[in-house]
Unconditional design. Sequence first.
Length: 180
Amino acid sequence: MGPAPDFRNERRTIELNVSAAGHQPGIVASETALAWAGEEDTIAFAHKLAARPAIREAFIELRGDLGAGKTTFVRHLLRALGVAGRIKSPTYAVVEPHEAPGLSIWHFDFYRFSDPREWEDAGFRDVFASHGLKIAEWPDKATGLLPVPDLVIAIEALPDETRAVRLTARTARGQELIAP
Ligand SMILES: Nc1ncnc2c1ncn2[C@@H]1O[C@H](COP(=O)(O)OP(=O)(O)OP(=O)(O)O)[C@@H](O)[C@H]1O
Ligand SMILES: [Mg+2]
Protein backbone atom coordinates (compact mmCIF):
# COMPACT_ATOMS: atom_id res chain seq x y z
CA MET A 1 0.00 0.00 0.00
CA GLY A 2 1.25 3.48 -0.83
CA PRO A 3 1.40 6.40 1.55
CA ALA A 4 -1.79 7.97 2.88
CA PRO A 5 -3.23 10.51 0.45
CA ASP A 6 -2.13 14.05 1.12
CA PHE A 7 -5.16 16.34 0.83
CA ARG A 8 -3.11 19.44 1.41
CA ASN A 9 -2.92 21.87 -1.48
CA GLU A 10 -5.13 19.73 -3.64
CA ARG A 11 -7.49 22.12 -5.37
CA ARG A 12 -9.90 21.51 -8.12
CA THR A 13 -12.72 23.46 -9.61
CA ILE A 14 -15.79 21.65 -10.72
CA GLU A 15 -18.69 22.75 -12.83
CA LEU A 16 -21.86 21.72 -11.05
CA ASN A 17 -25.11 21.17 -12.78
CA VAL A 18 -26.73 23.71 -10.54
CA SER A 19 -29.50 24.56 -12.97
CA ALA A 20 -31.12 21.26 -12.05
CA ALA A 21 -31.13 22.37 -8.43
CA GLY A 22 -33.06 25.52 -9.33
CA HIS A 23 -30.13 27.92 -9.15
CA GLN A 24 -28.66 30.05 -11.85
CA PRO A 25 -26.98 27.96 -14.50
CA GLY A 26 -23.29 28.44 -15.08
CA ILE A 27 -22.33 29.03 -11.46
CA VAL A 28 -19.01 27.42 -10.74
CA ALA A 29 -18.67 25.74 -7.38
CA SER A 30 -15.14 25.37 -6.10
CA GLU A 31 -14.22 22.30 -4.20
CA THR A 32 -11.04 22.17 -2.16
CA ALA A 33 -9.73 19.26 -0.13
CA LEU A 34 -7.42 19.82 2.82
CA ALA A 35 -6.11 17.90 5.78
CA TRP A 36 -5.85 19.14 9.35
CA ALA A 37 -3.10 17.07 10.98
CA GLY A 38 -4.08 18.44 14.38
CA GLU A 39 -5.91 21.27 16.04
CA GLU A 40 -3.18 23.76 15.14
CA ASP A 41 -4.14 23.30 11.47
CA THR A 42 -7.78 23.92 12.39
CA ILE A 43 -6.71 27.12 14.16
CA ALA A 44 -4.65 28.27 11.18
CA PHE A 45 -7.60 27.74 8.84
CA ALA A 46 -9.97 29.54 11.24
CA HIS A 47 -7.66 32.56 11.22
CA LYS A 48 -7.45 32.54 7.44
CA LEU A 49 -11.24 32.53 7.14
CA ALA A 50 -11.66 35.18 9.84
CA ALA A 51 -9.43 37.56 7.87
CA ARG A 52 -11.69 37.48 4.79
CA PRO A 53 -14.14 40.42 4.51
CA ALA A 54 -16.74 38.03 3.04
CA ILE A 55 -17.04 36.28 6.41
CA ARG A 56 -19.14 39.18 7.73
CA GLU A 57 -22.28 38.21 5.78
CA ALA A 58 -21.58 34.52 5.23
CA PHE A 59 -23.68 31.46 5.91
CA ILE A 60 -21.45 28.44 6.55
CA GLU A 61 -22.66 24.86 6.88
CA LEU A 62 -20.58 22.38 8.86
CA ARG A 63 -21.05 18.74 7.97
CA GLY A 64 -19.56 15.59 9.48
CA ASP A 65 -20.27 12.84 11.98
CA LEU A 66 -20.54 13.19 15.75
CA GLY A 67 -17.13 14.17 17.05
CA ALA A 68 -15.77 15.15 13.65
CA GLY A 69 -14.60 18.50 14.97
CA LYS A 70 -17.33 20.94 13.87
CA THR A 71 -17.76 22.76 17.18
CA THR A 72 -14.02 22.84 17.72
CA PHE A 73 -13.62 24.64 14.41
CA VAL A 74 -16.43 27.09 15.23
CA ARG A 75 -14.84 27.93 18.59
CA HIS A 76 -11.52 28.70 16.88
CA LEU A 77 -13.28 30.78 14.22
CA LEU A 78 -15.17 32.79 16.87
CA ARG A 79 -11.96 33.37 18.83
CA ALA A 80 -10.19 34.44 15.63
CA LEU A 81 -13.03 36.93 15.00
CA GLY A 82 -12.54 38.40 18.46
CA VAL A 83 -15.33 36.74 20.49
CA ALA A 84 -14.27 36.93 24.13
CA GLY A 85 -15.28 34.81 27.11
CA ARG A 86 -16.63 31.29 27.29
CA ILE A 87 -17.99 29.95 24.01
CA LYS A 88 -20.94 27.69 24.79
CA SER A 89 -22.00 24.94 22.42
CA PRO A 90 -25.57 25.52 21.20
CA THR A 91 -26.67 21.87 21.24
CA TYR A 92 -29.54 22.38 23.73
CA ALA A 93 -30.49 25.88 22.67
CA VAL A 94 -30.28 25.20 18.88
CA VAL A 95 -28.69 28.62 18.48
CA GLU A 96 -26.11 30.50 20.47
CA PRO A 97 -25.66 34.18 19.54
CA HIS A 98 -22.25 35.85 19.84
CA GLU A 99 -20.89 39.34 19.39
CA ALA A 100 -17.47 40.05 17.96
CA PRO A 101 -16.26 43.64 17.53
CA GLY A 102 -18.68 45.07 14.95
CA LEU A 103 -20.05 41.68 14.00
CA SER A 104 -23.07 39.59 15.07
CA ILE A 105 -22.66 35.84 14.86
CA TRP A 106 -25.22 33.03 15.23
CA HIS A 107 -23.95 29.50 15.86
CA PHE A 108 -26.69 26.93 15.18
CA ASP A 109 -26.65 23.25 16.01
CA PHE A 110 -29.72 21.57 14.50
CA TYR A 111 -28.92 18.12 15.92
CA ARG A 112 -32.01 18.19 18.18
CA PHE A 113 -34.14 20.33 15.89
CA SER A 114 -37.27 18.41 14.96
CA ASP A 115 -40.22 20.79 14.87
CA PRO A 116 -40.26 23.08 11.80
CA ARG A 117 -42.66 25.41 13.67
CA GLU A 118 -39.68 26.33 15.84
CA TRP A 119 -38.13 27.94 12.77
CA GLU A 120 -40.74 30.70 12.80
CA ASP A 121 -41.37 30.75 16.55
CA ALA A 122 -37.72 31.17 17.46
CA GLY A 123 -37.23 33.86 14.83
CA PHE A 124 -34.68 31.97 12.73
CA ARG A 125 -36.12 33.48 9.56
CA ASP A 126 -35.25 36.92 10.94
CA VAL A 127 -31.74 35.78 11.85
CA PHE A 128 -31.06 34.71 8.28
CA ALA A 129 -32.40 38.03 7.01
CA SER A 130 -30.03 39.96 9.30
CA HIS A 131 -26.48 41.14 8.76
CA GLY A 132 -23.82 38.97 10.31
CA LEU A 133 -22.24 35.53 10.20
CA LYS A 134 -24.42 32.43 10.45
CA ILE A 135 -22.88 29.02 11.06
CA ALA A 136 -24.84 25.76 11.23
CA GLU A 137 -23.90 22.29 12.47
CA TRP A 138 -26.20 19.46 11.35
CA PRO A 139 -27.87 21.55 8.59
CA ASP A 140 -29.48 18.41 7.14
CA LYS A 141 -31.83 18.41 10.17
CA ALA A 142 -33.27 21.69 8.89
CA THR A 143 -33.42 20.88 5.20
CA GLY A 144 -35.92 23.00 3.31
CA LEU A 145 -35.70 25.81 5.84
CA LEU A 146 -32.10 26.92 5.52
CA PRO A 147 -30.94 29.14 2.65
CA VAL A 148 -28.23 28.06 0.21
CA PRO A 149 -24.94 28.17 2.12
CA ASP A 150 -22.03 30.23 0.86
CA LEU A 151 -19.60 27.59 2.05
CA VAL A 152 -19.93 23.97 3.13
CA ILE A 153 -17.15 22.62 5.34
CA ALA A 154 -17.30 18.82 5.60
CA ILE A 155 -15.02 17.31 8.23
CA GLU A 156 -14.11 13.65 8.59
CA ALA A 157 -11.99 12.30 11.46
CA LEU A 158 -9.62 9.67 10.10
CA PRO A 159 -8.32 6.81 12.29
CA ASP A 160 -5.01 8.64 12.82
CA GLU A 161 -6.92 11.71 14.14
CA THR A 162 -6.18 13.66 10.98
CA ARG A 163 -9.22 15.59 9.77
CA ALA A 164 -9.98 15.24 6.08
CA VAL A 165 -11.76 18.46 5.14
CA ARG A 166 -13.72 19.27 2.00
CA LEU A 167 -14.64 22.87 1.26
CA THR A 168 -17.42 23.58 -1.21
CA ALA A 169 -18.13 27.17 -2.19
CA ARG A 170 -21.68 27.46 -3.45
CA THR A 171 -21.88 31.22 -4.03
CA ALA A 172 -19.57 34.03 -5.12
CA ARG A 173 -19.20 34.95 -1.46
CA GLY A 174 -18.15 31.39 -0.72
CA GLN A 175 -15.57 31.60 -3.51
CA GLU A 176 -14.14 34.71 -1.88
CA LEU A 177 -13.90 32.89 1.43
CA ILE A 178 -11.77 30.07 0.09
CA ALA A 179 -9.85 31.81 -2.67
CA PRO A 180 -6.12 31.08 -2.28
N1 LIG B 1 -8.46 19.25 14.27
C1 LIG B 1 -8.55 18.41 15.29
N2 LIG B 1 -7.51 17.61 15.62
C2 LIG B 1 -7.60 16.75 16.64
N3 LIG B 1 -8.69 16.61 17.44
C3 LIG B 1 -9.74 17.37 17.18
C4 LIG B 1 -9.74 18.29 16.09
N4 LIG B 1 -10.95 18.90 16.05
C5 LIG B 1 -11.66 18.37 17.06
N5 LIG B 1 -10.96 17.46 17.75
C6 LIG B 1 -11.45 16.68 18.90
O1 LIG B 1 -12.59 15.94 18.50
C7 LIG B 1 -13.54 15.89 19.55
C8 LIG B 1 -14.92 16.24 19.08
O2 LIG B 1 -14.92 17.54 18.54
P1 LIG B 1 -16.24 18.42 18.36
O3 LIG B 1 -17.03 18.48 19.60
O4 LIG B 1 -15.75 19.69 17.79
O5 LIG B 1 -17.07 17.58 17.29
P2 LIG B 1 -18.45 17.92 16.56
O6 LIG B 1 -18.25 17.63 15.13
O7 LIG B 1 -18.91 19.29 16.91
O8 LIG B 1 -19.44 16.86 17.15
P3 LIG B 1 -21.04 16.91 17.34
O9 LIG B 1 -21.64 16.42 16.06
O10 LIG B 1 -21.28 15.97 18.46
O11 LIG B 1 -21.44 18.31 17.64
C9 LIG B 1 -13.03 16.82 20.65
O12 LIG B 1 -12.50 16.00 21.68
C10 LIG B 1 -11.94 17.61 20.00
O13 LIG B 1 -10.91 17.94 20.91
MG1 LIG C 1 -20.71 20.03 17.70
